[in-house]
Design a protein around this ligand. Sequence first.
Ligand code: UT7
Length: 331
Amino acid sequence: MSEPAATGRIYSRIAGTGSHLPAKVLTNDDLSKIVDTSDEWIRTRTGIRERHVAGEGETTSELGYQAALKALQAAGVEASEIDLIIVGTTTPDLIFPSTACLIQHKLGASGCPAFDVNAACSGFVFALSTADQFIRAGTAKTALVIGSETLTRMVDWTERTTCVLFGDGAGAVVLKADSETGILSTHLHADGGKKELLWNPVGVSAGFQPDQPNAGVRILMSGNEVFKHAVKALDSVVDEALDANGLDKHDLDWLIPHQANLRIIEATAKRLDMPMEQVIVTVDRHGNTSSGSVPLALDEAVRSGKVQRGQLLLLEAFGGGFTWGSVLLRY
Ligand code: UT7
């Protein structure tokens, strides 16, 4: 194993994590009363048992704000110290202002740059990578990075192939510039040629307009095709992360994957020759929370005491676009 020594390089280190879930829980049995599905089908095909669903007032910015408060507290950082806010989301409160600006205002952290990143389910990984570039370039010292989503607000509740998959929630991290190792590498990818396999065709300058008949806000997905692309892309991105750092798969302590489907997670773990005991799984209780899933899983792993300081973590995600990527870090 070779890892860069601390030689004057600036790293982004995770100083604190937080997460927040809406109070309401929807079980598979609840869903079987709405559409023609069953607990058995959902569990065996996806690993999902239940998901949280945002209620009134539980907007993407509110979930992200609550997660941010916990991350700031865990990091021992005041809102006034934040000099960058990036939110990964594909379900913003509004078209504009950005959800990052709304959260910034709730935190009372005005002045610093705040913006959203839309990379669908890869949103948090893209946001974390972007914040890492700011920190390594020396233009930010204390960044707040959030993944927050309310996907249940845009699912078609009559469409069993998609409505059983998604949940709402948010996770956040505070990143600090540090001379000790933190984020070792990030790798991001996209392929816009596959957009119609997973998308929401409602748009502003193109696509269906929300006021057109039969154009209700919804997610459309060719699940089986997406599944195959996800497994292949995640195989290559985990190899890429290890190769770039001269590390072996057995050096990893934890895999913290995007939580779309337990079978996809198991395929990545198998590629890494990793027992499932070293994989953080929340999809059973959260469903697919898109950009929220990786930081939610990370926060749960940190707070439960599974993930310890000094351990090597591989974060990865795949989503609509297509987009995919990884973050390899020493926690
Ligand atoms: O987070 C972004 C990336 N997203 C993903 O990674 C999602 C990737 N895809 C998947 O996770 C899986 O493809 C799904 C969970 C979406 C679907 O699982 P699948 O094993 O690929 O099932 P399928 O789409 O091939 O459907 C199999 C059968 C079909 O019936 P027939 O044609 O075999 O008679 C579906 O109509 O299951 C049926 N089906 C359902 N049955 C009960 C589809 N959805 C349901 C349902 N309940 N909710």
